[in-house]
Ligand binder design. Structure first.
Ligand code: FAD
Length: 700
């Protein structure tokens, strides 16, 4: 009974941590700006069904929560949404979809999202088969920049499409062409239509007028806005204005406004000085709204001008220390996310992508010490399936018999996923668990997957190096780093990160000279990325980027105390002055040793058996092993306390919860036994009393 209760209690604890990680929450919520949050389950309805009336287009951002650039883009996009989502709602609907969320994989695969963020537009009355059109990405520095890009794009669409297909309630971007006042009044039907008219006179390539039109597109019953373009002599403009304004007009620079009040048929000129020099549309919108529109959205008028500093998160938060622990569950999460989610986000894999996946599986099989042998079997069988299918499909595509659309496509990821799910049932792959050392510290900074991916590759390079030392066979191959480079290039969800890393590793072939080169190369590369991200929008202020290891984590690793501003990493040779790479190597080999990995309590553990023989071999033959201080008590996000110590060679089969329960059961059992004893004694006394009443002798 006791053992049954114990095992039940363990299972209950384990079940609590199953399921999708808590840190998978998204960069956007509908509360942010009222943006539509899409999922696989509602995207078709949103794109196709809700827009069959042909009144609006759609603008959807497909992003990836884990991608640093998507994180950096989010504040700007939110500001853009705040200033447009309501005002432009007669013309466009905005939505976002997180491709990092497992439930959205089908949607991202269907819409063939390869880069993050992807901005996709869907024109009027989209069909079920429409995949939309990519909106060109730029390095926007403000929401105003992005608004201008959007207006420019929309303006191009007006030219591409037949004007009769443009909905009547949309602003008319086409410039007014009139010779004189009479023509203008006739065109505006000024005698019958008493709404005030604004005409923005601007240069041909200016987007200012279109933006104002969009900003008032919900208020066309109160105000009409048109635009006019300058001509070489501007005769038409001069003839519109009253005689006494004509002279002044010649000196007025563009853009300026004509305001026509229908009551007195007067055209008033509002020259540029009234507008702010740096007007990004908001200032002028505010002025017009004040004079001409009764119920303009007053809250939105309070919007501040976009300011980069304002979008930075609050810096006055408490800084936490990086965890120095390595958790098997984080590593499993990284592998699971990569294989089950990130890779299959592509519809098909070409030969290069398939090869790079095969290489990664190879490295995992060779160098990763899986906790459970069945997981290793999963990797092996998945690897074999890929090799077999890629060969077969490559042969059929050469002979023109391939069932895949394009000859370059080697693997259909839907088939691949079906196979993986089958193997998962038969063998085993751990479920996604809450992140531990890579847990999110502050909202909006989703470090989990990239953090665990770095950790995984550090663990793998160290394992490969140790194997090389043990077997004394070094073929100068460094398969782990090459597999990492290819994986990042082909699959990593953060497009710009992938481009940076690919560039950084372009000379890898010349840089990997010694067996230890991979370990040190990755350490340097990671520190360079840390240095580049210092102060960037994706840096969590509570977990500032740092050089690794810090001086106080391993002072032996340093020749002299370094400056702590990370600048030395921006200069590719300067860091050498400070670091003793021999000691760094020792430190890394210790730090990322597989024996340090804290096993996942909820998974079956084959390592107990595997670890016994290894005890005989020293971890690595250091003259002066470098100690690692287990200093991460400040990180409070750990779901459980680790059950193993640093450099633990044999793991205990019981968790802390199990031990607590054993203790409780022990105490309860003793109390129970004592109570039974007291009870039996008291019953015996009663029995004897009754017996004495019958006149019998007490026998002891
Ligand atoms: C290949 C790659 C490229 C990336 N490029 C970009 C990019 O261009 N832009 C962007 O915004 N984000 C990028 N990222 C994500 C970014 O590097 C971080 O992973 C993310 O910001 C989360 O950071 P973190 O603070 O959790 O720690 P991480 O930097 O993810 O570190 C994970 C763990 O590694 C340890 N560590 C740190 N430095 C080293 C080192 N030098 N050697 C060994 N261990 C170390 C840390 O202690 C930490 O526990 C990239 C990620 C990867 C995997």
């Amino acid at each position: 009974l006791f053992l049954l209760l114990l095992s039940l209690s363990s299972t209950t604890t384990n079940n609590l941590v199953q399921g999708f990680p808590a840190s998978s929450s998204s960069l956007y919520t509908s509360a942010d700006s009222g943006v539509n949050i899409l999922y696989t389950t509602n995207i078709t309805d949103f794109i196709v069904n809700q827009h069959q009336d042909g009144r609006k287009i759609q603008f959807i951002q497909f992003f990836n929560t884990y991608c640093g650039h998507c994180q950096a883009f989010a504040p700007l996009f939110k500001q853009f949404l705040q200033s447009t989502i309501h005002r432009w709602s007669n013309v466009v609907d905005f939505a976002v979809l997180d491709c990092a969320n497992e439930v959205n994989a089908d949607a991202c695969r269907h819409y063939n999202i390869e880069l993050y963020p992807t901005l996709r537009t869907f024109w009027l009355r989209p069909k079920l088969t429409d995949l939309g059109e990519d909106f060109p990405l730029h390095h926007w520095t403000s929401a105003a920049d992005l608004r201008q890009s959007f207006i420019g794009w929309l303006s191009d669409q007006y030219e591409k499409h037949n004007i009769n297909d443009i909905p009547k309630h949309w602003p008319n971007f086409l410039p007014l062409k009139v010779e004189n006042k009479e023509q203008l009044f006739e065109k505006l039907d000024i005698d019958n239509d008493h709404r005030p008219v604004l005409i923005i006179v601007e240069k041909n390539d200016s987007l200012f007028g279109q933006e104002l039109m969009m900003n008032f597109s919900l208020h066309t019953n109160e105000l009409r806005i048109f635009r006019m373009e300058e001509s070489s002599d501007n005769k038409h403009l001069l003839q519109l204005s009253d005689q006494n304004q004509s002279n002044a007009l010649e000196k007025i620079s563009l853009p300026f406004l004509y305001v026509i009040t229908p009551e007195n048929h007067q055209i008033k000129v509002i020259p540029k000085p009234i507008m702010s020099d740096e007007d990004d549309g908001i200032f002028m919108t505010k002025l017009i709204a004040k004079d001409f529109v009764k119920n303009y959205d007053h809250e939105e008028m309070n919007l501040k001008k976009t300011n980069d500093d304002e979008t930075l998160p609050d810096q006055s938060t408490v800084v936490v220390k990086y965890s120095t622990r390595i958790y098997m569950s984080d590593l499993h999460n990284a592998i699971r996310y990569a294989l089950f989610h990130e890779v299959p986000l592509k519809q098909y894999l070409n030969q290069e992508q398939t090869n790079s996946l095969i290489r990664l599986l190879n490295v995992l099989y060779e160098s990763f010490r899986f906790q459970n042998d069945k997981t290793k079997q999963f990797i092996k069988h998945f690897h074999d399936w890929l090799v077999k299918h890629s060969n077969r499909n490559a042969r059929s595509s050469r002979s023109g018999k391939s069932s895949l659309h394009n000859n370059d496509m080697v693997i259909d990821t839907k088939d691949m996923l079906t196979t993986m799910n089958m193997y998962e049932e038969y063998y085993h792959f751990p479920e996604q668990k809450p992140w531990k050392a890579c847990a999110v510290i502050s909202d909006g900074y989703h470090r989990s997957y990239p953090c665990s991916l770095w950790t995984l590759f550090h663990v793998l390079t160290v394992a490969e190096y140790r194997r090389t030392l043990q077997t004394k066979q070094w073929l100068s191959l460094h398969p782990t780093l090459y597999a990492m480079r290819e994986y990042i290039r082909n699959f990593f969800g953060c497009t710009e990160c992938s481009m940076h890393f690919t560039k950084m590793s372009s000379m890898l072939e010349n840089e990997l000279t010694y067996p230890n080169s991979s370990v040190l190369w990755l350490w340097r590369a990671h520190n360079r990325v840390n240095a580049r991200l210092k102060g960037s929008r994706s840096e969590d202020p509570r977990l500032p980027k740092r050089q690794f290891p810090l001086y106080n984590e391993c002072n032996e690793c340093y020749r002299k105390q370094p400056p702590d501003d990370l600048n030395l990493w921006k200069n590719s040779t300067k860091y050498i002055e400070y670091y003793d790479e021999t000691k760094i190597l020792q430190f890394l080999v210790n730090f990322y040793a597989s024996e340090r990995i804290i096993l996942d309590d909820s998974e079956f553990n084959d390592q107990q058996q595997q670890q016994q023989p290894q005890q005989k071999q020293p971890l690595i033959d250091f003259d002066h092993p470098i100690m690692i201080t287990d200093n991460d008590d400040s990180v409070t996000n750990h779901a459980t306390k680790p059950r193993s110590k640093i450099l633990m060679l044999v793991s205990s089969p019981f968790t802390q919860t199990d031990i607590n329960l054993i203790f409780v059961f022990y105490v309860v059992s003793i109390i129970l036994l004592l109570s039974i004893f007291v009870y039996v004694r008291s019953r015996r006394n009663i029995f004897h009393k009754v017996f004495n009443l019958n006149g019998k002798q007490r026998v002891y």
